[in-house]
Each structure stands twice: as C-alpha cells, then as structure tokens.
Design a protein around this ligand. Structure first.
Ligand code: SIN
Ligand code: FE2
Length: 214
C-alpha cells in the first residue's frame, strides 16, 4: 500500500447520520497506548460476564474505567462509582483515553467533550451484542465515542425504534464511531465477531465506549 493511499484510508470519514460518523483509523496511532491502559484496568478490575435483569449471562465481557462504571445484575442496569466486585472505585481514566475521546469527539463536531465513564467490552469470536440504546446516562446529548481494537466486526447502526432498519458498518482496528446530539439515542449493536487473530490484540475484539453519564 502506498503512503498516499494509507493516508487517505486513515483520514476517511463515513457519515452515518447528521450527528453520527465513523472516523476510520482515527485511533491507530494511539492503539498501543490504549491497549496498555486496558491491561492496567483489567489487572485492577477484571473483565466479567454480567447478568441481565432477565437473568441472561451477557456474551460480551466487560469492565470499566472512569468516575462511573456501567453495571448490570438481577436488579437492573445502572452506573456505579464502585466496582460491585470488591467495592473499590473503578480505575481512573488515563490521559490517553481522555485525549483520544476528546479528539475524536471534536473531529465529529462535538467540542469540549469530557467523558466520565468508559465501558470496556471484550468480544471473543462468536460474541455478539444485540441492538440496544445507551439510555442509562443522564446526558442524552453528549456523544458516545466508540473505539474498535483487535478483530474486525460489523457494527449495526439503526434508528430510534428497535424495528427500524439498521445499516451494517464494517469496523477495523483503530476505527472510531461517534454518535451524539440528535442521533445519540439510536439503536446499535454488533454482529457475531468472526474467528481470527489480530497481530497485536490476538483472538479478540476490544471496544472502548466513552460516555458522559452526569
Ligand atoms: C456498545 O454498544 O456498548 C459497544 C459497541 C461496540 O462494541 O462497537
Ligand atoms: Fe451501546
């Protein structure tokens, strides 16, 4: 691949809706730093499979970084300042996390973005995330900034009702999806991750979703 082509590829943006876009390759330069921070988070607050209020064990393994962490159990979905496993505060968001989130948000048209939560998702091959809205945050305008690392995946980006048709968005290592403002409450999900091995991340996909909760 020529350098010119690589540059064009990395600077490509796909507009999904008026206030939603994919920033292709936007996190590539900092992927190593983000992954090192994920390792530090995981050492302190391990990935776990949460139980939904309906009693299902989630396929995606999760942990959190930031002031608030997203939790689910038989009592419901909520944000908590403390990890229910052990009771400690969630590990703080790293400078690399905060910088990337703010940079991607700005690139997508959202200035002065300061997330207070980062949900870290881990997808083993075959793992999917069914269509849902991110609706446990008080702030329903500030963007979600979602960073893909490792194995590729197909992201589903839908409308404001579960039954609305969703577009299929191929996501690669280093891609960032941002949706906020009028598009903040769109349904989204991830198709089952295909088996494979990523050179750096191995046989998994890691996703960081930054949110503003309060
Ligand atoms: C999410 O909706 O929380 C995760 C989306 C993704 O893994 O790309
Ligand atoms: Fe989500």
């Amino acid at each position: 691949m020529s350098d010119l082509f690589a540059t064009q590829l990395h600077s490509t943006r796909t507009q999904l809706a008026p206030q939603a876009c994919v920033l292709h390759g936007f996190a590539l330069d900092v992927a190593g730093a983000l992954l090192a921070d994920v390792a530090a988070i995981e050492a302190f607050a391990p990935f776990r499979h949460l139980v939904t209020p309906g009693g299902h064990v989630m396929q995606v393994a999760m942990t959190n970084s930031g002031t608030y962490g997203w939790c689910s159990d038989r009592r419901g979905y909520r944000y908590d300042r403390h990890d229910p496993q052990g009771g400690e505060p969630w590990p703080a968001m790293s400078p690399a996390f905060l910088q990337l989130a703010a940079d991607a948000a700005r690139e997508a048209g959202f200035d002065a973005y300061v997330p207070d939560a980062c949900l870290v998702n881990r997808y083993a091959p075959g793992t999917r995330l069914s269509l849902h809205q991110d609706r446990d945050e008080d702030d329903r305008i500030a963007p979600i900034v979602s960073v893909s690392l490792g194995l590729p995946a197909t992201f589903l980006f839908g409308g404001f009702a579960r039954a609305d048709k969703a577009v299929r968005v191929p996501l690669q290592h280093g891609d960032v999806v941002v949706w906020g403002g009028e598009d903040r409450m769109r349904f989204h999900g991830v198709l089952p991750v295909k088996p494979g091995r990523h050179d750096v991340v191995g046989e998994q996909r890691i996703n960081l979703t930054f949110r503003k909760v309060k």
